[in-house]
Design a protein around this ligand. Structure first.
Ligand SMILES: NC(=O)c1ccc[n+]([C@@H]2O[C@H](COP(=O)([O-])OP(=O)(O)OC[C@H]3O[C@@H](n4cnc5c(N)ncnc54)[C@H](O)[C@@H]3O)[C@@H](O)[C@H]2O)c1
Length: 255
């Protein structure tokens, strides 16, 4: 893809299912990657399985809900690679439950990770993208934020909020040559999805039901996401901003 080589990206949730696939793709494209995750062990395990050199990868353990940690992580990335061109907000978290069975403490945690986390990253990273003469932001939301999803009320609110926030930042930062777009995965086979559908026979039933409902007749795999994210981060997408694209096998079709 045009214009990716030697760029510098920060990817949050880098040690998760989709995050690992995104980082691998960027490394293949010659991008230098700051891989950020709260789970230090998972990050270590991921880095150990990669053929990336020290010149191409920096792993940083940080909690995206903590602005101080986020700021420090971004500064470490910029100190190592001298600049920052691309931000991919991919970290996310949820626990499935009907809204009336949930309590404010859980809402706070879901909002902190899925909405406030990306705000922290934008605040810390955008000045560096602007200083580099422009850049790309790709926010990983969810189709839950476009069309709703039973059992994911507060998470859906956060992802819908992230979509609206992204469009606003796309407008505010257009003059700085920063493009901001949103990718919405549909059901994708990762730890997060497995925790949502549940284990055992019941979980398998939900899993099979999802497969039947998806026009392309399978669940998403982590490797279904990086192509679009790399494209939106590249020079091939220089005139695309404020857009929302689903990667859902056709489960959702928005006009
Ligand atoms: N899997 C799906 O079906 C699906 C569907 C729609 C949207 N998404 C979105 O895709 C993104 C990636 O999800 P995934 O399926 O790969 O999940 P995952 O659970 O495999 O990975 C999420 C990663 O985020 C990290 N993380 C969580 N809280 C964090 C925090 N406070 N600070 C830093 N890192 C943190 C976790 O440690 C984990 O490595 C998320 O934003 C998720 O909401 C996933």
């Amino acid at each position: 893809m045009r214009g990716l080589k030697d760029r510098v990206v920060v990817v949050t949730g880098a040690a998760g299912g989709i995050g690992r696939a995104i980082c691998r793709r960027f490394i293949d494209e010659g991008v230098r990657v700051v891989a950020l995750d709260v789970n230090a062990d998972a990050l270590k395990d991921f880095a150990a399985g990669l053929a990336a050199s020290d010149h191409q990868l920096l792993c940083v353990t940080a909690d995206i809900t903590n602005y101080g940690e986020v700021k420090e992580a971004i500064e470490r990335g910029v100190a190592k690679f001298s600049k920052l061109d691309i931000l991919v907000n991919n970290a996310g978290w949820d626990v499935a439950a009907p809204f009336l069975q949930t309590e404010p403490d859980l809402w706070d945690k879901i909002i902190a990770i899925n909405l406030k986390g990306p705000l922290n990253l934008h605040k810390a990273a955008l000045p560096h993208l602007i200083a580099a003469g422009g850049g790309k932001v790709v926010n990983v939301a969810s189709d839950a934020g476009r069309v709703g999803s039973s059992g994911e009320s507060v998470y859906s609110a956060c992802k819908g909020g992230l979509i609206a926030f992204s469009k606003t930042i796309a407008r505010e930062c257009a003059r700085d040559n920063v493009c901001v777009n949103v990718v919405c995965p549909g059901p994708t086979d990762t730890a997060l999805l497995r925790s949502f559908v549940g284990e055992g026979e019941y979980g398998q039933k939900i899993y099979e039901g999802l497969k039947r409902a998806i026009p392309l007749k399978r669940l998403g795999q982590p490797d279904d996401l990086p192509g679009l994210i790399a494209f939106l981060s590249s020079d091939d997408a220089n005139f695309i901003t404020g857009q929302v694209v689903s990667v859902s096998g056709g489960l959702t079709m928005n006009s």
